[in-house]
Design a protein around this ligand. Structure first.
Ligand code: ZN
Ligand code: ZN
Ligand code: FE
Length: 734
């Protein structure tokens, strides 16, 4: 007999892999066993010919379960006497070395959805229905390998019916770790804002009550996979803004199904596929309905997603319209995962809780289809933490602590990099705690110990301060270099690249605030070949929030302060001039993000910047491809000169479409001119500014037309959430 030892790596735990192997082996009449261990799935089978083994291996690739992602299958053959009498699923083993991908939370599957609606099914209307192809995973995992006893489902003892489904290889709940039913699973409980519970409601009455309260105008916090969401009717949007202390930023909408969604927004077929995918992210889609203007004011798109959990579905199905759905927290704090947090925060009228603990919180993910591909704007539920394979092993274990505002972390060990889900703004004390928890989680789950820590060069980032407190070998990576490396790493580019990083502000090597950068770079380092001309941020941070100060600063630079009289009082001009002349807290910046703010300000779309990226989203719909004019941005030495166009821009501001289209065309021209000057390098684009749909669509279009080789972030966001991933590659050679 030939004995085959087979090792399968990738996302292979918690996705029905062992039952799949069991069924495959028994159908091929092969004997042996399968088990989960710390590296993935391990199989031994015996057969009387090599062909049978090859056939088995091929079928693993061909027929693997939907949620599985096979990275590799290694095969080792030995000859021996027959030793197995059947095929078995064995206990997990080797729990100490961790080299396996964490299974991710997955939206309710069509089979479970139809059982949920089927009166005859024993899980009819059961809010925690799941199977091997759907349900919570990551958010309930305490440790790997993924088995019920290492999740927050261990509190719930299976009833005999669930037990028999769990252990029946032909059942679609065979080894579905969170399996449960109305007899044995978690229970809903409704609370009012004083956290007093409603004791006399049955499970279904609880849901009915929530629906009634929502219909009557309440804001209800509903526990989802990775945290609580605040849900309300659209009519309650102002109340929601007040409670969340979120003045202008758009909210996302949740729909019961695609049919309802299509009455409010206009997805393409490709977008419909992603909306209905197991990841079920929020997608930014063109608005169809004016009713949505209050939800996403002055933006022509709105974030939409489908009810992803059975509980959400049971509530949403009672509405023929979308509901506002936003993470339960005060702006910039982390998503709430336990009911106690509502004690002090009176943000919800009612709270729908249940007694299965969320061990690893995560936000909803956000994607947007731009040009010819999906870009990630936020990488969380359904998508991360996902393991990324490196071409070779790292010499030391690396922890990368990321940026500050849209933070995330990443770790590297062996031949993998793992980026955490979105964390958020580290200037919030609670978010900083969440950041530290996230590090502990990844350390525990992957049995990881950092030998090197990588941080941003900005010493005032909370992440940098934290990195230095670890007393480990520390490597600082310049912000825009990290953006560049996030693309280089993702696409495994070995050659030097020509990188355009258009961004907010990040600390530069010369002490100025960079953000309009062109590099020739590879993993070892970069040369700054061009940057946008420096201008002063009058008052530092204040200028980032107040674009009038950008206008003033540029007007002073070119000696045309008369421009300012249409925009501000003489006394204000005078004050700003003093700041300008005396250089009072006025760092220099080359940020393209700030120029976008200026344009939005000239068009009176914003007065103050109330959320990151606001100008970009408010401007993007103004672009007209029939306008081919541009401003004369010049390349001089290594400077991209743009200031001389200011008067022209102010003149054009009476025609918003003209101003914005000319501005985008100017940026495209700059990129193309420089690309022509350095023809032999693959082009890389990164930085938050490229989230602007008009800019990204146009540049992708041009690159394709000119047949240029270009790369951008797809796996991680191109905003600062991707920084941690990039930082890893700056330290990887050490
Ligand atoms: Zn299912
Ligand atoms: Zn049960
Ligand atoms: Fe950045």
């Amino acid at each position: 007999m030939i004995l085959a030892k087979i090792r399968v790596k990738g996302v292979v735990q918690g996705v029905g892999f062992r039952p799949f192997i069991y069924n495959l082996a028994t159908s091929l009449e092969l004997r042996g066993f399968v088990l989960n261990d710390s590296e993935g799935v391990y199989i031994e089978i015996e057969a009387n010919s090599k062909a049978k083994i090859d056939n088995f291996k091929e079928k693993i690739y061909l027929k693997a379960p939907k949620l599985a992602e096979i990275e590799s299958i290694e095969l080792e053959l030995e000859t021996q006497k027959p030793k197995f009498s059947n095929f078995q699923i064995r206990e997990s083993r080797n729990l100490d070395i961790k080299d396996v991908a964490i299974p991710l939370d997955s939206a309710i599957c069509p089979k479970c959805l139809s059982e949920l609606k089927n009166q005859k099914n024993r899980r009819y209307n059961y809010p925690f229905i799941n199977c091997i192809e759907c349900g919570v995973r990551y958010s309930i995992i305490e440790n790997m390998p993924y088995d019920r006893e290492r999740t927050s489902m261990r509190e719930f003892e299976m009833c005999s019916e669930c037990e028999s489904e769990y252990s029946e290889p032909l059942d679609r709940r065979f080894h579905a770790q969170p399996i449960s039913c109305p007899n044995c699973g978690p229970k809903l409980k409704l609370f009012n804002s004083n956290l007093e519970s409603f004791e006399n409601l049955t499970q279904f009455e609880t849901i009915e009550r929530v629906v009634r309260e929502l219909k009557e105008g309440s804001i209800v916090a509903i526990k989802g996979y990775g945290g609580f969401n605040l849900i309300s009717k659209i009519e309650q949007v102002e109340k929601m803004r007040e409670r969340k202390k979120r003045k202008k930023k758009p909210f996302a909408l949740m729909f019961k199904d695609l049919k309802t969604l299509k009455r409010y927004a206009k997805p393409t077929l490709e977008e419909e596929r992603v909306l209905s995918s197991k990841e079920a992210p929020i997608l930014l889609l063109p608005k169809l309905n004016q009713k949505l203007d209050s939800v996403a004011p002055n933006i022509d798109r709105v974030g939409c997603y489908l009810a992803y959990s059975p509980l959400h579905y049971l509530i949403l199905r009672e509405f023929d319209e979308p509901l506002i759905s936003t993470s339960a927290n005060i702006s910039s704090n982390p998503i709430i995962r336990d009911i106690q947090s509502f004690k002090e925060l009176k943000i919800a009228d009612y709270i729908l809780d249940f007694n299965r603990e969320i061990l690893n919180p995560s936000d909803d993910s956000i994607l947007s289809y731009v040009g010819d591909r999906f870009l990630k704007l936020r990488d969380a539920r359904g998508y991360s933490p996902k393991s990324f394979k490196l071409p070779k092993k790292v010499k030391k274990n690396i922890l990368a602590v990321g940026s500050n505002q849209k933070s995330s972390i990443a770790i590297a060990f062996e031949d993998r990099v793992i980026k955490s889900p979105y964390i958020g703004d580290l200037n919030s004390i609670q978010t900083l705690e969440y950041f530290k928890d996230m590090i502990e989680t990844l350390k525990r789950v992957y049995n990881f110990r950092a030998e090197v820590v990588v941080c941003d060069k900005h010493s005032r980032y909370e992440s940098s301060k934290f990195a230095k407190s670890l007393n480990l070998e520390t490597i600082e990576i310049q912000h825009h270099f990290a953006h560049t490396l996030s693309v280089v790493g993702e696409h495994k580019i070995e050659s030097k690249v020509l990188s355009f990083v258009f961004d907010g502000t990040g600390f530069g090597d010369d002490g100025n605030l960079w953000g309009g950068e062109v590099f020739i770079a590879d993993k070892r380092g970069f040369e700054r070949i061009y940057h946008f001309d420096y201008f002063k941020l009058l008052g530092g941070e204040v200028a980032i929030k107040n674009p009038e100060r950008i206008l003033a600063s540029l007007a002073f630079d070119i000696g045309k302060e008369e421009i300012l009289r249409d925009f501000m009082s003489d006394s204000k001009i005078k004050t700003l001039k003093q700041i300008y002349l005396k250089n009072l807290n006025s760092p220099l910046t080359s940020s393209v993000g700030r120029i976008f703010d200026l344009i939005a300000y000239l068009l009176k779309l914003i007065d103050r910047v109330s959320f990151d990226g606001e100008s970009g989203v408010k401007l993007e719909s103004l672009y007209q491809d029939s306008i081919s004019d541009s401003y004369n941005f010049r390349l001089n030495q290594n400077i991209i000169e743009f200031k001389e166009s200011l008067s022209q821009m102010v003149d054009d501001s009476k025609e918003p479409k003209l101003l914005f289209s000319k501005f985008i065309n100017s940026l495209i021209e700059v990129i193309l001119k420089i690309s022509k000057e350095y023809p032999n390098y693959p082009i890389v684009l990164s930085g938050g500014v490229f989230q602007n749909r008009a800019l990204m669509e146009q540049i992708i279009f041009k690159f394709k037309e000119l047949n240029l080789e270009f790369y951008l972030n797809e796996r991680v966001p191109l905003n600062d959430e991707g920084i941690s991933f990039g930082q890893i590659f700056g330290a990887i050679e050490c």
